[in-house]
Design a protein around this ligand. Structure first.
Ligand SMILES: NC(=O)c1ccc[n+]([C@@H]2O[C@H](COP(=O)([O-])OP(=O)(O)OC[C@H]3O[C@@H](n4cnc5c(N)ncnc54)[C@H](O)[C@@H]3O)[C@@H](O)[C@H]2O)c1
Ligand SMILES: [Zn+2]
Length: 364
């Protein structure tokens, strides 16, 4: 088991990761001092796999279990309201502690509930997807969608503890698992060349969910995210590096109405496009770009590039909330392990890159 410390504005918290963390969850949570006030929050699907085990672990301190649908379409204020009302009816007061057991949807909803219920109650994340273990459970971003867009209502609300046990990933559908691997590749590119080399050596092992390989990559990726958000919790500078591949990814997701790609898959394509753009700008070598696209290909086939014009994708990129005043800024790789933020692209080159991706993507 590894302990990774995260610094947040209102104190620090730990991520415990590795095999056996789940078994020790009740003990770790007891240390937070919310005696008999643990409210487990999850989804029916996750609970179907892990509920019996988790309830057994928390049998001494659990007050209630609250389940909600964790489809992206249910990540909204209605689910927040229903969950808050269930908390009231189960007797939750200001001393309550929410233990969110699930993927990013459960974590984002439960996190926002914890931030607002009784003006803020304790929160522990027990992430059950690879994406949640290396990304969404770390860094304190919580929130829900509006019909007008994703994650538009939310709060920065760091948890008191994150418990990431790779054992929980055993039941994760393959496509969801692979989606998390693209985000792990991202961490290698933005700041951890040795993680990237490990992935190059051991991708097949990782895809088999070899426990030692999983332990290693989760720890390294979580440490990378923890390092970044500890230095820039509110995304005023450094945190932008986490956006590598994401300007393209958000556009791909939005033009396909979030139906064609899992987020990580869009990030896979986004990193391919960013690598091409970086090569065209003379920032990145073709050799390193080849290593990156080669590694992405080994994760498995990506859904094809969408059948939309380059102009439409660029419009979608300009509408992204992280774009400043419609001006496109990219996080581009300089070498494996280092990226540069705020790079502006020549529109002609950008068009060319998007066309190249379209022709590469239609052959997939
Ligand atoms: N807060 C952040 O910083 C942040 C970062 C990244 C993503 N997100 C958000 O996270 C969400 C995506 O989260 P995700 O990728 O973790 O997926 P998810 O929460 O959508 O879960 C994917 C599917 O896997 C199922 N599942 C979860 N754990 C399982 C398990 N162990 N076994 C079997 N099935 C399991 C879920 O029920 C669901 O059907 C998005 O809403 C995104 O906006 C937030
Ligand atoms: Zn992402």
């Amino acid at each position: 088991m590894k302990k990774i410390k995260v610094q947040a504005a209102n104190g620090s918290y730990e991520i415990l990761c590795g095999r056996g963390v789940l078994a020790r969850a009740a003990h770790a949570v007891a240390g937070l001092g919310h005696k008999d006030a643990v409210f487990l929050v999850s989804s029916p699907r996750v609970w179907g796999h892990w509920g019996a085990r988790v309830e057994k672990i928390f049998k001494g301190s659990r007050r209630a279990t609250i389940l909600f649908d964790d489809r992206e379409a249910a990540k909204n204020l209605v689910t927040v309201e229903r969950t808050c009302r269930k908390l009231v009816r189960s007797g939750a007061d200001r001393r309550a502690l929410l233990v969110a057991v699930g993927g990013g949807v459960v974590g984002d909803v439960a996190g926002f509930v914890a931030a607002s219920y009784a003006r803020g109650i304790g929160l522990v994340h027990v992430p059950t997807t690879l994406v949640a273990q290396v990304d969404s459970a770390i860094g304190g971003k919580t929130g829900v969608n509006l019909p007008e867009g994703k994650n538009l209502v939310g709060a920065f609300y760091p948890p008191k503890l994150v418990l990431a046990d790779p054992e929980l990933l055993r039941t994760l559908p393959l496509r969801e698992f692979r989606s998390g691997i693209y985000e792990i590749i991202k961490y290698g590119v933005i700041g951890d060349a040795s993680l990237f080399r490990f992935l190059e050596r051991g991708m097949e092992k990782l895809l088999r969910r070899d426990v030692a390989a999983l332990d290693f990559v989760i720890e390294r990726a979580a440490a990378q995210k923890a390092w970044v958000v500890s230095r820039d919790e509110r995304e005023s500078g450094l945190r932008e590096i986490l956006n590598f591949g994401h300007t393209f990814a958000h556009a791909l997701e939005s033009v396909t109405r979030y139906r064609k790609y899992l987020h990580g898959e869009a990030v896979g394509w986004g990193m391919i496009a960013a690598a091409k753009l970086a090569v065209a700008n003379g920032l990145f070598s073709s050799r390193d770009a080849g290593r990156l696209t080669g590694l992405i290909a080994r994760v498995g086939p990506l859904p094809s590039w969408p059948d939309v014009s380059a102009a439409r994708l660029i419009t979608a990129m300009q509408a992204d909330k992280k774009t400043r005043a419609g001006r496109l800024r990219f996080v581009l790789p300089q070498r494996i392990g280092k990226v540069r933020c705020g790079v502006q692209a020549d529109p002609k080159i950008l068009f060319q890159i998007l066309r190249e991706c379209a022709s590469a993507g239609s052959r997939k």
